[in-house]
Design a binder for this molecule. Structure first.
Ligand code: BTN
Length: 257
């Protein structure tokens, strides 16, 4: 197993488009908060903040995110996309993480809308994109990714979906450095294509419950895929296609009565 340190991460990301400079912390409150601070202080696009452990990790919709030492991946990348591409940034994080999990762990990974990575019907990773706007232009976006690698959250945690960790699914421990490098490299490749239709297609192809009957809030119909702003496309029984936008709405499969 490789060590996580600024030196090993920099070496693993030598040929990556993103991931420089590296800021590594043994423990930090939240890598997203640290990255937002660094971005405001002028850190360049591509800068990567990695922590071995987080003491106040944040999830979507005000939830917490557990990152115990020595077992997980928690990192944030500073990006400065054009304002028109803002809503696509989060899609890239899930896509890169799902592809890297397949490559490194050999596990099929799906994307549970709006942006969780699932393996075998359980959540293994989450994405939190946060942006700062200045006079109608995007100053920066911080894209945070958390992966349960060699341990899951504590058993007393309450989660809205079942959770797991990669080593439990793969049946072997996994190298955090290899997984981090694979995610960040793929993120760099997808970021170069942020305006392209390929992002939406690749994300939709991995959609959990694609082609199945689902419910999101009061909308019930077949999950078709996502639009390029990340909205979920649902085909109602009438044939009409409706868009669900990510708030704190719960997506679930439903069976026909
Ligand atoms: C979610 O599924 O609710 C999103 C979880 C995002 C967690 C990551 S870990 C790295 C970064 N720092 C944080 O505080 N949160 C994100």
């Amino acid at each position: 197993m490789s060590d996580l340190s600024a030196r090993t991460i920099e070496a693993a990301l030598r040929h990556s488009r993103l991931g420089r400079p590296v800021y590594f912390f043994p423990v930090v409150g939240s890598t997203n908060d640290e990255a937002l601070r660094l971005a405001e202080a002028g850190a360049p696009e591509g800068a990567l903040v990695v922590a071995d452990a987080q003491s106040a990790g944040r999830g979507r919709a005000g939830r917490g995110w557990h990152t115990p030492p020595g077992t997980a991946l928690a990192f944030s990348v500073i990006l400065r996309p054009g304002v028109g591409h803002l809503s696509r940034v989060a899609l890239l994080g899930g896509l890169a993480a799902a592809e890297a999990i397949e490559a490194v762990a050999g596990l099929r990974a799906t994307l549970k809308w709006p942006n969780d990575v699932w393996v075998n019907g359980r959540k293994v990773a989450g994405v939190l994109a946060e942006s700062s706007l200045q006079e109608a232009t995007v100053a920066h976006v911080v894209l945070g990714v958390g992966v349960n690698v060699n341990a899951g959250p504590p058993p007393d945690s309450t989660y809205e979906y079942p959770v797991t960790h990669l080593s439990a699914e793969a049946g072997r421990p996994l190298d955090r450095l290899a997984l981090l490098a694979s995610i960040v490299r793929r993120l760099g490749e997808w970021y170069a294509e942020i305006g392209s239709e390929r992002v939406r297609q690749a994300w939709s192809a991995r959609l959990q419950w694609r082609g199945e009957r689902v419910a999101v809030g009061s909308l019930v119909g077949m999950a078709e895929g996502v639009d390029d702003d990340g909205a979920l496309r649902i085909r109602l029984d009438s044939g009409e296609v409706r868009r669900a936008v990510a708030g704190d709405v719960h997506l679930r499969p439903v069976s026909r009565e």
